[in-house]
Design a protein around this ligand. Structure first.
Ligand code: ADP
Ligand code: MN
Length: 297
């Protein structure tokens, strides 16, 4: 059961956040950061450091390793809390709300901005959660040892944020990227439902949704130079006015990368089959491919 990072963050005091951040900063050098090093680096008196470590360990924000030297390493919860702490300190958001998503293991939450707008925060945990994606990302994770899941989650956060920024700049229908820190990406909240849950779409509306999807796939390919790679009825949000948005981009591949063409084909084959089966729309994925590739190299 996922625990809300905001509820964890609220239990922390200044020392705790500081100690957590120091552990993170030394994680590249130590798998488990020795207590002595932590005491030195945090510039906090020893007993207070120990108290913080006990508390952080209790909250499972860090993991303790006992041995001749006692050491600590950051957990995914700890990483989420550090990301959140940064976003709150920067005044990007003031609080997190409930987790979004229906019966999924996802880590996407509603959040509130200082001006009272609802936005969305996605905490990346791909390293552990979705190995398939890491395989798609292997060029990028190749030089990282298996243990560095947290590092990979941060890179993926950056990757998704930058993709969203570029996609939006080129006019693709994606949530606007608002901010990023570590493994957390803040984005515009799209009021609507996933395509697989949409009820009662007329044929016309379904055709419009498909057109939005193909248009965004085309912009991504032709203008940004990327392929989504996991296009499905779960990663399309249909908003209240029936406009469609493509979400969940971190596993994208560059157009020139090996295998990207195959991914693009798969995305289009998958989506046309879905529209054929569900709405009876006869679409030839090759036609879509032509549309997407157009005059692109
Ligand atoms: P993952 O599939 O890796 O868990 P997604 O980015 O697909 O991550 O998000 C999971 C779910 O969260 C989506 O299916 C959707 O219900 C919801 N969601 C994600 N981003 C948004 C957004 N910008 N606006 C509204 N809901 C969102
Ligand atoms: Mn998804």
């Amino acid at each position: 059961m996922a625990r809300n990072p905001y509820q964890l963050w609220r239990q922390l005091e200044k020392d705790d956040v500081k100690v957590l951040a120091v552990i993170e900063s030394l994680q590249g050098r130590y798998e488990y950061v020795p207590v002595e090093v932590l005491e030195r680096r945090s510039r906090i008196p020893g007993p207070r450091v120990k108290r913080s470590l006990d508390k952080l360990n209790e909250l499972k924000l860090i993991k303790r390793k006992l041995g001749s030297v006692i050491g600590y390493s950051l957990t995914f919860y700890g990483l989420d809390v550090l990301s959140l702490n940064n976003l709150i300190a920067r005044n990007v958001i003031v609080a997190l709300g409930d987790r979004i998503g229906v019966g999924k293991e996802g880590s996407v939450y509603y959040a509130l901005t200082p001006s009272g707008d609802r936005v969305v925060v996605k905490f990346h945990r791909e390293g552990r959660r979705t190995f398939r994606r890491i395989r798609l990302l292997r060029s990028y994770a190749a030089d990282k040892p298996r243990k560095q899941w947290l590092q990979i989650a941060k890179l993926i956060g950056e990757r998704e944020f930058k993709a969203l920024v570029e996609l939006e700049r080129e006019g693709a229908r994606v949530p606007r990227a608002i901010a990023w820190n570590r493994n957390a990406v803040v984005q515009e909240y799209i009021p609507g439902v996933e395509l697989y849950r949409v009820r009662d779409l007329s044929l016309e509306e379904a055709e419009a949704v498909l057109e939005d999807i193909v248009d965004t796939v085309r912009i991504a390919y032709a203008r940004v130079g990327i392929v989504h790679g996991d296009l499905s009825e779960y990663n399309v949000l249909v908003s209240e006015d029936s406009g469609a948005y493509i979400i969940d981009w971190p596993q994208y591949a560059y157009r020139d990368e090996e295998g990207a063409d195959l991914l693009l084909q798969r995305d289009l084959q998958y989506i046309s089959r879905y529209f054929r089966k569900r709405f009876g729309i006869q679409v030839d994925w090759r036609k879509l491919l032509e549309k997407v590739r157009g005059s692109a190299p």
